[in-house]
Design a protein around this ligand. Structure first.
Ligand code: FAD
Length: 461
């Protein structure tokens, strides 16, 4: 007779939770592992926006884009970056070599479950390093596996097929509360009037579970800190303008230090021949982007975000609330995402349907033409304009009047949960991984943290 229903309970079936489950049952197939996921199984994840009857977010109870098997990454571009330069700070907990080796391990698994035909890009020996340097830009080091939205989906399908008979999945089962199971350790996972117990618990609730995570930290008295949010716009331009860079590197992470404020602006999530999309986090609509590996689904445009990091000090702690307030302001003015031509922004006027129609760049997202300078603080707007002119020197045409800017793009950072080098909280047996821990902000780091914790629990290194 077992004392607990499961040896290990995993909350969240995003990349962190999936890779934990994968590694646990690989190390010991007799383990009783359960995954609790608030969203639906992969094939049942459908956003109601069809562009015809439903054209904007209807705020579903569980967002099909963010929640369900595959997590926030399920319909993403599937860019797995193998680097410690960005994507999270996992290396600070487990060491640089270990972090890179786990990211390579995840890459091998993705390849063996459907991603083998995809390309691994690298910045090593890139001629763009010098070109960037000569123009006050810094190209960050990385290897990136681009699965593409379509192959990423296939990899997830294959991983689920591998796991479904070895792991117990509970879909549409949001865990409302987490409690200690009793004096002998273990945890009770409560959903509605039902509950399950487990000896060890891995929390992998991602960005969408951030508010829930805060409550758990409060009730278990686990210290947290939060002071950063990144704000900016998504740039969309003809793919030809960035093709030298994207053909060689696919995604380049470029950082610029502005002359005016010495603020750091960076490119983020570059999608060659991709699509601009909306994203819904806790009812707030922001902008994002993705692209397909399948050439039939490619567009003529490339998009990427330009983000400025905002760090706050005393007495203000709620950096996410600041980001949300600005996103809400854009939602209030535009009913969702706002789009503006760069030329209109520089001339201090709003874009309208006519100016957009006359422009040469065809928007891939239907957004409301407007004026982003009414939404983003001047300091952020000035930094973005400066960065666009800096990028124009390495990719001429970036600062063209018809370049489109969508806003706002917000990169929320989960509060950082206090964890030891095993990614375990002060409660023995309670682990927090992935984006919900504040340690990772990417598919590769979240997945690597999942594998790492599985090995820690099994005492395998
Ligand atoms: C549109 C988009 C594109 C992206 N593109 C990329 C990219 O190309 N490359 C990259 O590196 N990163 C990308 N990201 C970020 C990436 O998806 C995340 O970093 C990654 O998914 C984090 O994994 P995770 O497992 O920590 O969390 P998530 O993927 O967010 O998964 C968490 C899961 O937990 C579930 N959950 C939350 N709370 C509960 C609860 N109380 N009970 C039960 N279940 C719960 C959620 O439903 C969700 O399915 C993108 C994100 C988006 C939204």
């Amino acid at each position: 007779m077992h004392q607990f229903d499961y040896d290990i309970g995993i909350i969240g079936a995003g990349p962190g939770g999936i890779f934990s489950a994968y590694e646990l049952v690989k190390l010991d197939p007799s383990l009783r592992v359960a995954v609790f996921e608030s969203g639906a199984p992969l094939p049942e994840r459908h956003c109601p926006i069809d562009g015809v009857r439903v054209t904007s977010c209807v705020h579903c109870k569980s967002c099909a884009i963010m929640n369900g098997f595959g997590g926030a990454g399920a319909f993403s571009d599937g860019k797995y970056n193998i680097t410690n330069d960005f994507g999270g700070t996992l290396y600070e907990y487990i060491g640089e070599e270990e972090a890179l080796s786990l990211m390579r391990y995840v890459d091998d698994i993705n390849c063996s479950y459907g991603g083998s035909g995809t390309k691994l890009y690298s910045t090593a020996n890139s001629r763009f390093k010098k070109k960037c340097m000569q123009n006050k830009l810094q190209l960050l080091d990385a290897q990136v596996r681009h699965l593409g939205t379509d192959i990423n989906y296939i990899v997830l399908e294959n991983l689920y097929a591998e796991l479904r008979d070895k792991v117990t999945f509970f879909f549409r089962t949001p865990i409302d509360h987490l409690e200690e199971a009793g004096t002998d350790g273990g945890f009770r996972l409560i959903h509605g009037s039902d509950s399950h117990t487990c000896r060890n618990c891995i929390i992998s609730v991602g960005r969408s579970g951030s508010k829930w995570m805060e409550q758990v930290c409060q009730s278990f008295r686990i210290p947290t800190k939060s002071n950063r949010v990144d704000l900016g716009v998504r740039v969309e331009l003809p793919a030809a303008i960035f093709s030298d860079l994207t053909d060689e590197l696919y995604e380049s992470k470029i950082v610029y230090r502005t002359e005016k404020f010495e603020d750091r602006v960076r490119t983020f999530c570059m999608n060659p021949n991709g699509l601009v999309v909306t994203e819904n986090t806790n009812g707030i609509v922001t902008v994002n982007g993705h692209s397909y590996e399948d050439s039939a689904r490619k567009t003529d445009n490339t998009n990427f975000a330009l983000l400025v990091a905002k760090h706050f000090s005393e007495p203000f702690h709620d950096s996410n609330e600041y980001g949300e307030s600005i996103a809400r302001l854009s939602n209030m003015l535009g009913g969702g995402v706002i789009v503006q031509r760069f030329g209109d922004l520089e001339r201090g006027r709003r874009s309208n349907e006519k100016r957009l129609r006359e422009g040469t760049v065809r928007p891939t997202l239907h957004a409301t033409p407007g004026d982003l300078s009414l939404v983003l603080p001047k300091r952020i707007m000035d930094s973005i304009i400066e960065m666009i002119h800096a990028l124009d020197k390495i990719a001429p045409g970036t600062a063209n009047d018809d370049t489109l800017l969508y806003g706002v793009e917000v990169k929320f950072y989960n509060m950082e949960v206090a964890l030891n080098s095993r990614l375990e909280t002060s409660r023995p047996g309670l682990y927090v991984i992935g984006d919900g821990s504040g340690v990772t902000h990417s598919l590769s780091h979240a997945s690597a943290s999942g594998v790492y914790v599985a090995r820690q629990i099994m005492n395998v290194s």
